[in-house]
Design a binder for this molecule. Structure first.
Ligand code: ATP
Ligand code: MG
Length: 242
């Protein structure tokens, strides 16, 4: 029997994920500013809406107008999706969301009306790091968020800004460890030009592609392309010819 997968609809990515995410898993999408985290996340929710799976987009940073505008650039009409009840946007603070997730009475549902949320996005997890300077406290916060979403059985993308220090393999607050999967979006310097690279680093309970592929952003969202051929050290950000 094949397990049901939650499809992203990102061309080429579902193949890398062997069909999509396992339902109810929490996936980290990590990348530098402008790599396309929000775009990928919107695509994921728009596809959910298309498949009849209600979605929730939680943002701590964007004003509603700029989110609607950015989505429109990708060809997504978020207001129309909200009107159908298949998408809810939540503009809140990390502290308020944390309080809701700690409440066992399924506060995520309470804040999102009576539609049962099946897909969610948190944009971005980086904001929780501003709640505390203590590593143990941050780990506790991350655990609360991840477990709260798991308890609801919501397939979730946690967006995470990657700073140069994270690229040195640090994992503040253990987010990479806590998550069921990790997708990395990277800028790569190739022959004096910047290209975009995507890789699935981890997918608990499933096989996944190991290769590093090109991707581009266009109307409709991300499109995954070919494998980086004859290049090494791609994830360092500055590739070299093999
Ligand atoms: N229709 C489009 N065609 C081509 N590129 C686009 C289109 N829409 C958005 N982009 C590009 O997508 C990139 C922004 O992606 P996005 O906002 O998803 O990144 P992000 O990782 O969420 O960034 P941040 O960390 O700043 O929030 C920009 O470089 C923008 O030019
Ligand atoms: Mg973003």
């Amino acid at each position: 029997m094949t397990t049901r997968r939650v499809e992203t609809s990102v061309a080429g990515l579902d193949t890398m994920l062997r069909g999509g995410f396992l339902p109810g898993t929490v996936i980290l999408v990590r990348g530098a500013p402008g790599t396309g985290k929000t775009s990928l996340a919107l695509q994921f929710l728009v596809e959910g809406a298309r498949q009849g799976e209600p979605g929730l987009f939680v943002t701590f940073e964007e004003f509603p107008e700029s989110l609607y505008r950015d989505a429109a650039t990708l060809g997504f009409d978020l207001r129309a999706l909200e009107a159908t009840g298949m998408l809810r946007l939540l503009f809140t603070s990390p502290a308020v969301l944390l309080g809701q997730l700690q409440n066992p009475d399924s506060a995520i549902h309470a804040t999102t009306g009576d539609g049962v949320i099946e897909r969610a996005v948190i944009d971005s997890m980086t904001h929780f790091t501003r709640m505390t300077a203590d590593a143990y406290q941050l780990r506790h916060i991350h655990t609360t968020v991840v477990n709260g979403l798991r308890r609801e059985g919501i397939t979730t993308l946690l967006l995470n800004e990657e700073s140069p220090s994270d690229a040195q393999r640090t994992d503040p607050g253990g987010l990479a460890y806590l998550s069921d999967g990790i997708i990395l979006l990277r800028y790569v310097e190739v022959e004096s030009a910047i290209e975009r690279a995507i890789v699935v680093l981890k997918l608990r309970g499933s096989d996944h592609a190991r290769e590093i592929r090109h991707y581009r952003i266009q109307e409709g969202g991300l499109v995954v392309g070919d494998v980086f051929q004859h290049r090494g050290a791609i994830l360092s950000g500055i590739s070299r010819r093999d």
